[in-house]
Design a protein around this ligand. Structure first.
Ligand code: UDP
Length: 330
């Protein structure tokens, strides 16, 4: 069985990808410091506890497991934190990625699937956005992801690295079989917070702006089911390992939903009202972000399966009910 190293394998997207990798016959080896990930979500292969900044440990783990590729998820992932403390974000996301690339090169690992983001695009781009949309991030998080994309391209040109930069839109939902899901503490994302407000562990959901230039005044995002993301990661890995060339792809559904539509879906999923409060706009939020995923669908060979918002929000609710609702306190 071929092993693959999954940094951040105990995290939200990483754990779903581990499940998909195991289903496709790979052995996922998770490398995670458990700072935000969960030991009990590492279920499809071994866990190697370690910090991305610890190059020696990374090198030993790669030397021991001899992965054919690395899937790289470990990152500081909150935009707000990146604005408050950019040094921490750049250290984790840029210096951490460079250390990982060094360790891979030392051991001759020549393929990386990288968790990039639609935050690498500019705020005023026409929607939906395809891969040729100019990349002009508006916060340090977006820049850290773009800098790493650049490092991958340069490593490809100079050292022959095969790489895939997968630019996610809004990862959402949970494994339909309930084996893993989203459990961020603190939780900042819309869908889980709407569910928490319905369940009563949040007093209300703040809606960040109701005066946006959209149909109902709230922001529109492209919510893509995490199990679709996971399947596409395996397809991107197969693409690289069969020598079909490096990739930059948008991963979304091509459909946008407003904050109010998400709230209505959370009310249908839970059968309860979501108390809301209209709050000021959140810094750094564009009005609309929707993927043109024509290229991803063509290259990776399959469109998204979970395209209905009710399916996405319902799967998130079933996981939250099973695991217990996080409280709003840090
Ligand atoms: N949002 C909101 N209230 C919240 C969290 C998010 O109104 O408590 C909005 C946010 O402004 C954005 C959308 O929901 O328009 C999705 O935000 P999220 O943080 O889930 O993902 P992001 O788009 O920042 O990656």
């Amino acid at each position: 069985m071929q092993s693959v190293l999954v940094t951040g394998g105990a995290g939200y997207v990483g754990s779903h990808v581990c499940k998909a990798l195991a289903g496709a016959g790979y052995q996922p080896v998770s490398y995670d410091d458990l700072s935000t990930g969960h030991r009990d979500l590492v279920r499809w292969g071994p866990l190697e506890e370690g910090d991305l900044g610890d190059g020696e440990r990374l090198s030993r783990v790669i030397g021991r497991h001899r992965p054919v590729a690395v899937l790289h998820f470990a990152a500081a992932s909150l935009v707000g934190d990146s604005v408050r403390d950019p040094a921490a974000t750049y250290r984790a996301n840029v210096a951490g990625s460079l250390g990982l690339l060094d360790a891979m090169r030392r051991h001759g690992v020549e393929a990386m699937v990288y968790s990039s983001s639609c935050a690498t695009y500019g705020a005023d781009a026409p929607q939906p956005m395809n891969e040729d949309t100019p990349q002009q991030p508006i916060n340090p998080y977006g820049w850290s992801k773009l800098m790493t994309e650049r490092m991958l391209a340069d490593h490809g040109a100079a050292y022959g690295l095969q790489w895939a930069a997968l630019r996610y839109f809004n990862a959402a939902g949970a494994d339909p079989e309930g084996e893993t899901g989203e459990d961020h503490r603190p939780e900042t994302h819309l869908i889980p917070r709407a569910l928490m407000a319905a369940a009563g562990t949040l007093p209300h959901l703040d809606v960040f702006g109701a005066d946006w230039p959209t149909a109902d005044g709230t922001c529109v995002r492209d919510y893509v089911h995490v199990s679709d993301l996971a399947r596409w990661h395996v397809a991107a890995l197969d693409h690289l390992l069969t020598g079909r060339g490096s990739l930059r792809l948008n991963l979304g559904t091509g459909r946008g939903h407003s904050v109010r539509e998400v709230i209505a879906a959370a009310e249908r999923a839970t059968g309860r009202a979501v108390p809301i409060r209209i709050a000021p706009r959140r810094a750094g939020d564009p009005a609309v972000l929707v993927a043109d995923c024509t290229r991803a669908t063509a290259v990776l060979g399959s469109p998204p399966v979970h395209t209905e918002l009710d399916d996405i929000v319902g799967s998130a609710w079933r996981f939250m009910e099973r695991r217990g609702c996080p409280s709003h306190r840090r």
